[in-house]
Design a protein around this ligand. Sequence first.
Ligand code: B12
Ligand code: SF4
Length: 446
Amino acid sequence: MKIGFLALSGLRAHDPELLRLGMTLPGVVDRAQHVASLPSLGLLYLAAVTPEGHDVAYFEAAGDGQEPAAVYDCDLVAINTFSAQVFEAYAIADRLRRAGVVVAMGGLHVSVRPEEALQHVDHVVVGEGENVWPEVVRAVERDVPQRVWKAEEFAPVDVRRLPVPRYDLLDGRPYNRFTVQTSRGCPWRCDFCASNVMLRRPYRKRPVEHVVRDIEALVRLRKRPFIELADDNTFVDKAWGKELCRELIPLRLKWFTETDISVADDPELLDLMRQAGCRQVLIGLESPEPGALAGVELRADFKAARGAGAMEAVRRIQEHGITVNGCFILGLDRHTPEIFEEVLAFAGDAPLYDVQITVLTAFPGTPLYDRLAAEGRLLAPERWDLCTLFDVNYVPRRMTVDELRRGLYWLAGRLYGGESQERRRRPFFENLARRFELAHAGMEAN
Ligand code: B12
Ligand code: SF4
């Protein structure tokens, strides 16, 4: 068979005022341009476990109606879903099926709404796909009827045995960044977290030599690729993290990852990360005021417990030459309209090299979604296209919808407009120059 892997990448947002701002704010445009074109790692993994004897190809659709014509030549098309693009994915699936192409869907959204997806596709896969996909392919060869496939009914995915994703299928495409996974899952359970919804199984680390093997495959494609680790929380295990960094040092890469604030506790790890090419860590600080974090992480109230030391932790990380992208969620239940000023003050005082602000978003399958639905606070419960992290689709507890929306615009203007970003970044570069001078002086003294 001819099998197509179709991703709907890029970023999404609908609020027209925000889009207008987003077009002009340098901080937003910067980051958006960098990440918008990441390919789908999930689909590249599925391509790698596809049984022998099939032709496989990777495709991108920028949006609904923009699927490439070549995808209609396939016998079977696998589509990855996030909530924000799922309606676009359903529309494409409807067109493909009308043209006689068999469609299979998986990913974060349909894993929590499989019955909804079944109205548009032939096969829906719930959960991690690596052990299910080969069976789906065989089933399509046998022409079996429509069904939902659950990963939990198959052997669990052993991350110690994952193959190299089929990065080679991207050859000739203009990607500037690539994703590599070093671990899956996270020990914490934030009530809003959509990535942990599917990976409920424990935090799992891959063998360091496999991560290196995957990166070497990427280097064969692009000499110096910039790498984003597509992990939920990379440096939970500090000893393994150090081993990983030691192996990455000789590869002379530049990379970015998402991890929790505990990375700041270990100066040796931070040194190794810098040496290994870590340029930025994205950390969910969520709120500058620790009181607002109570109850947000459901297992051990981790975020509330660490909130008070957050600014100090940011400084420690940045002193090691690694920039921090601090993420704040606006509109948590304890947030009042004061929150916008508080975030601005925190970002300036730390100072944070990068700041990401998003509004509280109820992704399907999360405890947050169920709670807001039960409290009647979702404005349009099934408008999945509004699950962008920027469009307000719920009633905040201590401010109005309009206050939240206006506060987001106000804060975005101050964080990313004018010279404020440059002002926040300057101390980082000054410190880096000092570190360089010190290291240089040390070398001369020796
Ligand atoms: C890299 C990334 C991106 C890349 C995506 C590139 C791409 N084409 O996939 C970019 C930068 C483009 C991106 C954009 C957005 N993202 Co994003 N992103 C991530 C990130 C960091 C990693 C995703 C990843 O690679 N996972 C690893 C792979 C291996 O897992 P996977 O894709 O889920 O695939 C596995 C299974 O799902 C399954 N599977 C997947 N597809 C299929 C298909 C079939 C047929 C089968 C059988 C199985 C299957 O098998 C795979 C292997 O096990 C996650 C956070 C995280 N840590 O997970 C957020 C995350 C996915 N993003 C999120 C969001 C909100 C967005 C945006 C809406 C932001 C915005 N406002 O624009 C957009 C949405 C864009 C869109 N087009 O829909 C949310 C999504 C929540 C949700 N329920 O939808 C997440 C979870 C972050 C978060 N915690 O809030 N993102
Ligand atoms: S720490 Fe991050 S990845 Fe882990 S549950 Fe919370 S939001 Fe999700």
